[in-house]
Design a binder for this molecule. Structure first.
Ligand code: FAD
Length: 825
């Protein structure tokens, strides 16, 4: 096996060593700057509360695995997990309502949970103040991780299996050669390695800096106290850290609680963010102990005052106690709250697994071990990918501000569309001025301001035919939505609309080896001559879908490729680099052209009228057939035109350079006036796309799914050999699928679904909503889910939305224009 060096013996590093050993790897060294008995990182003092239910399925599954693993890690008859259960309480109507949504996620992800009334909450945890609690969500399998003990057991077990541990040995540099990591440098010399994994926790930024890799995490201090003994708890727990009452999350006041023997532990997120630089903490001392460790800062009682007041109201038994011990403990926060896991985009063999909570630690460790040993983790970790951030999101000022914001919002009720308030206006398209003039309502993604609808279209609400009239929405689904979206959908289907495609990531792939690299990564044949546009999937080694691209061949050696995200870009760049190294004659380069270019989707039955009045170039079905690309000019502006439509209407994607952008917008806008052109936003786009079943990576498929389950056989070129994932795909092709992506519509024509809601069939949870939108053309919510093959078209499903069931029917897809006539005009 490869020689692996793991930096850091916290809960992540120790678990990773263990997961690699389990998979048969045996040349592993763990290098730790602190003493192994208590290294002094965040793990050394973590109170270890594990609440598994999360808005993200990935995070829940990572947590569930961590629970299972810690339960199985035993010594002297005691495991490393105390399964006391978790109780999240509501003290406000908003939280009470939101717990129902969370209860839905628990069902969707297969975590046992119950909604409790106030009496039951009290029975569960008699210390609670019955005047304050409205309801609770109880999860019996949640509990307390004995993280520091787990680390010691894992070290002992992996040592036996041959893992070497170097303690009191700070890593001071990373060695590399030809773009590949070769070892780590310590004061005692170099430890050679083929793979280095940094599990350095909040020191990750410093380790990243050793190779010039920005790690977007911010160490922040978080307050934790233990009270003096509570009389009522005396004798309940035999161990000093023992607990048997459920842990409590009191999120309305940013608080959580657990028992420590007869004391109560209180964690608080309501104080001001207290950022720290790991480098400023100095070297880890040799004599780390409970009170003296780098991750533990002096307690600041004034910051804790509101928490103490509230805690004594919520748990009145605390009135008789004092604060026995408090500290400000450091751990990592990130711009989107997710962990940071994956291979460096610029240095092969250098991996990170940082900003990981104890809750997800074993799950992340297993995922990394699987990626290293097999190329695929069984839990999709796209949302944790190191490379997921856009360049602007790696700026220290951005990381600082957004990570602090995440600390503040850690327990807040967040709407899935809720935008950041700040920083905003980081990236705008060349059409921005026009969008402002048209009253765009912007939301932000990847730093881009993206119009979701245009207030300027409000006047058209009066013209809306009865069948298109938007339905009344519940307060939750009405947030970040406007009835104007119905107008924009209607106009796209009946006249013509302009959509800003600028923020969709585009890369140029060029050089004599461009076609080779694309062919090697693609399931489809992308080698058709210049002018061809091909939709293709990209698989991992196990035939899970890792992305989908739209590949437009502009010249023999030049492609414009619509990719999904920065992760794709990093992947392409690495593959191109490796190919160029292997075969310099077939060199290939990848260049991100997103910001340098811009695009308009001109779509609708009148799109032809608009375009033909602005250009003399041939845009007929013959001049530019469907799924083809060509360069042309529109009113003298050079464009790259793709005959494609995400929304399923006649039209084109028209790209030009940023400098020409506003003029292109103005020309089309002018030309469109006689045909009633409007500007339309993301909300209509999303709805029209789903009606047409133009599914896309991440939204409707991930590495969890294969092309057969997603119903994308058409994106696989029959007989094609030698692409990544082909062997595994061939194996899968031989077996019938057990689940399939299904489309269904909600029967009542009014209820809206957002995403992630549990789906019942024959009284049992059979899946969850993968994506959904109100379909204005069909007057119903249209949704997608992976469902067992036993579920057939025409079957009735029940979907649970905030603990209320609505019925839906499985339907053939797409629900609009199944023959695709509209695309051809
Ligand atoms: P660490 O435990 O920090 O380990 C990193 C290791 O890397 C350290 O031992 C460090 O010495 C070593 N290292 C760093 N740099 C170098 C170098 N240059 N050379 C060699 N070694 C190096 N999480 C939960 O899930 N539930 C909770 O209830 C919870 N409560 C918390 C309460 C507090 C007060 C705090 C501070 C954190 C809490 N957390 C909780 C978060 C959790 O503790 C951390 O996210 C987790 O322990 C991180 O584990 P780790 O292995 O990544 O990092």
């Amino acid at each position: 096996s490869s020689r692996v060096v793991i930096i850091g013996a916290g809960i992540v590093g120790a678990n990773l060593a263990d997961e690699l050993v389990t998979r048969g790897w045996n040349d592993i060294t763990v290098v730790e700057q602190g003493p192994l008995s208590m290294p002094g990182g965040s793990t050394s003092h973590a109170p270890g509360l594990v609440f598994q239910t999360n808005v993200l399925k990935t995070m829940s599954l990572l947590a569930t695995y961590t629970v299972d693993k810690l339960l199985s890690l035993e010594k002297d008859g005691q495991s490393c997990f105390n399964q006391v259960g978790g109780l999240e309480i509501a003290t406000t109507p908003a939280r009470h309502h939101d717990l129902k949504r969370k209860y839905g996620w628990a069902k969707s992800w297969g975590i046992p949970a119950r909604l409790l009334g106030p009496e039951e909450c009290l029975k569960m945890h008699p210390m609670l103040n019955k005047e304050k609690v409205l309801s609770g969500l109880y999860t019996p399998t949640d509990g307390l991780a004995l993280a520091a003990r787990a680390v010691q057991l894992l070290i002992a077990r992996t040592r036996k299996a041959g893992v070497r541990y170097l303690e009191l040995t700070p890593v001071i540099g990373i060695e590399q050669s030809d773009g590949h990591v070769t070892g780590v440098e310590t004061a005692n010399g170099t430890v050679p390695a083929d793979i280095v994994v940094s599990c350095a926790g909040f020191w990750g930024v410093e380790i990243g800096a050793m190779i010039g890799l920005p790690i977007p995490l911010l160490p922040l201090a978080h307050q934790y106290v233990k009270t003096t003994a509570v009389l009522g708890l005396a004798g309940r727990n035999t161990q000093p850290n023992g607990a048997n009452l459920p842990m409590i999350r009191h999120q309305d006041q940013d608080l959580y609680y657990r028992e420590h023997g007869d004391q109560v532990g209180i964690g608080y997120y309501g104080h001001r963010p207290m950022p720290v630089t790991a480098a400023s903490l100095g070297p880890t001392p040799k004599d780390v102990n409970e009170k003296k460790m780098p991750s533990r800062l002096e307690f600041t009682p004034e910051d804790f005052a509101p928490a103490w007041k509230e805690s004594r109201e919520m748990l009145p038994a605390l009135l008789e106690t004092e604060i026995a011990d408090g500290f400000n403990g450091i751990f990592s926060f990130t711009p989107d709250g997710g962990p940071i896991v994956g291979q460096s985009p610029t240095l092969d063999g250098f991996w990170v697994a940082e900003a990981v909570w104890v809750t997800h630690s074993a799950g992340i460790a297993r995922a990394v071990a699987e990626l290293l040993t097999t190329g695929k983790s069984q839990i999709d970790i796209t949302e944790c990918e190191l490379s997921r951030f856009e360049e602007v999101q790696l700026a220290p000022s951005y990381v600082n501000e957004t990570s602090q914001q995440n600390f503040v919002e850690v327990y807040d009720i967040m709407h899935p569309l809720e935008p950041k308030q700040s920083p905003r206006n980081l990236r705008v398209s060349p059409f921005y001025t026009r969008q402002l003039e048209l009253g765009a309502f912007f939301l932000e993604t990847g730093g881009w301001e993206r119009p979701h609808w245009f207030e300027g279209n409000a006047a058209l609400l009066n013209d809306l035919p009865a069948s298109w009239k938007p339905r009344e929405r519940d307060a939750w689904s009405a947030r970040y939505w406007s009835p104007i979206v119905a107008v924009e959908a209607w106009k796209t289907r009946t006249a013509v609309a302009m959509y800003d495609l600028t923020p969709f990531r585009r890369v140029e792939i060029y050089g004599p080896g461009a076609v080779d690299v694309l062919q090697r990564l693609s399931t489809n044949d992308v080698s058709n001559g210049p002018g061809a546009v091909t939709y293709t999937l990209l698989l991992n080694d196990q035939a899970g879908i890792r992305s989908d691209f739209v590949v437009a061949r502009l010249e023999e050696d030049l492609f414009q490729v619509g990719v999904n995200n920065a992760v794709d870009q990093a992947y392409l760049a690495r593959e191109a680099r490796n190919q160029t190294q292997r075969n310099p004659n077939r060199w290939v380069q990848v260049r991100d052209i997103t910001g340098a270019t811009c695009g308009i989707g001109l779509w609708g039955p009148h799109a032809w009228n608009v375009l033909s009045s602005a250009t003399a170039d041939d845009f007929t079905n013959k001049g530019l057939p469907y799924s083809c690309v060509k360069r042309a000019t529109i009113a003298g502006i050079p464009v790259t035109a793709l005959r494609l439509s995400w929304v399923g209407e006649l039209g084109w994607e028209l790209y030009t350079t940023a400098d020409n952008g506003q003029r292109l917008w103005d020309v089309l806008w002018q030309a469109g006036q006689p045909y009633g052109v409007i500007a339309a936003g993301r909300s209509a786009f999303h709805s029209l796309r789903l009606e047409k079943r133009n599914i896309s990576y991440y939204n409707e498929m991930t590495t969890e799914h294969d092309p057969y389950e997603a119903g994308l056989e058409s994106a696989i070129k029959v007989g094609k050999k030698g692409f990544v994932g082909q062997d595994a795909l061939d194996q899968r092709a031989k077996k019938p699928v057990s689940r399939r992506l299904r489309c269904f519509t909600v029967d009542d024509g009014t209820s809206v679904l957002l995403n992630k809601e549990p789906i019942f069939h024959d009284g049992q949870v059979k899946g969850y909503v993968k994506n959904a939108a109100f379909g204005y053309t069909v007057g119903k919510t249209v949704a997608f889910s992976y469902l067992p093959i036993s579920v057939s078209e025409g079957d009735t499903l029940e979907i649970e939305y905030f603990n209320r069931r609505v019925t839906a029917t499985v339907v053939p897809w797409p629900v609009v224009d199944p023959q695709g006539h509209r695309l051809h005009g």
